[in-house]
Design a protein around this ligand. Structure first.
Ligand SMILES: [Zn+2]
Length: 235
């Protein structure tokens, strides 16, 4: 009986707030979450989780020592999967980040990345976070933390310089001086830990590099990196 009431209610709210696939925009069936079965079937997974040498790791070679690097899917230009990140960042659909973070986290829980102690999302500049109302990396990190049974630390690292969006700029413009844009504000929360740095999309890696090198100034600290997506250009 309760089940039927619940189903009637979810169908009803579905009429008012239709649940749509974050990739293709089709209506979701009751058992589908965020992405429809058909889009999941073609999902551009990287399958990086147990590969020590992958295209994300290569971004940091010779720049900053990072233990493990992984991304869940390819951010392909002009593909429907690009919409997922767009909905999350610009339409404020936070549940997308939370659900996908949970799935990504449950995959990582079975990999070497689970050796990390705490999860630190890449912070936004306070002004940007106020404008957007939330930090998308923090939402993803929260979902991941739930599946990986780890704590998320959000107040230990701060972004002290404001910079615009990077995703839609041509690649050559995306190299910018990110030196000194982050500052560790609560070193005792990070020192001596193996930190999993989390971001939504990695493009050139310059932002994550700036974060990692700031954290690695603390003694006994190790950094690994996980992003929901990795930008793949030229295909
Ligand atoms: Zn779909």
């Amino acid at each position: 009986m309760l089940n039927r009431v619940y189903r009637a209610l979810t169908d009803f709210t579905g009429l008012i707030f239709p649940r749509l696939c974050a990739a293709c925009g089709a209506n979701l069936y009751e058992q589908e979450k965020v992405i429809c079965t058909s889009c999941l079937y073609d999902f551009p997974l990287t399958r990086f989780k147990d590969l020590k040498n992958n295209m994300v790791a290569e971004l940091f070679w010779g720049r900053v020592p990072v233990m493990y690097c992984t991304s869940w899917f390819y951010y392909l230009k002009d593909s429907k999967y690009q919409n997922i990140i767009h909905h999350l960042k610009y339409d404020g659909k936070q549940h997308i980040g939370l659900e996908l973070g949970k799935i990504f986290g449950s995959e990582l829980a079975k990999s070497s990345v689970s050796e990390t102690n705490i999860i630190v999302p890449v912070p936004l500049h306070p002004k940007k976070q106020r404008n957007r109302g939330f930090n998308q990396s923090e939402i993803i990190a929260r979902g991941m933390a739930e599946s990986m049974d780890k704590k998320t630390v959000t107040r230990a690292l701060a972004r002290i310089r404001y910079s615009g969006s990077q995703v839609n700029r041509p690649r050559y413009e995306r190299w910018e001086n990110v030196e000194g844009i982050f500052r560790v504000t609560k070193p005792h929360l990070l020192a001596g830990r193996h930190i999993l740095l989390v971001d939504d999309v990695v493009t050139t890696g310059s932002t994550l590099e700036a974060c990692a090198s700031e954290i690695l100034k603390l003694q006994g600290t190790t950094v690994s990196i996980a992003t929901l997506a990795v930008a793949k250009y030229g295909i």
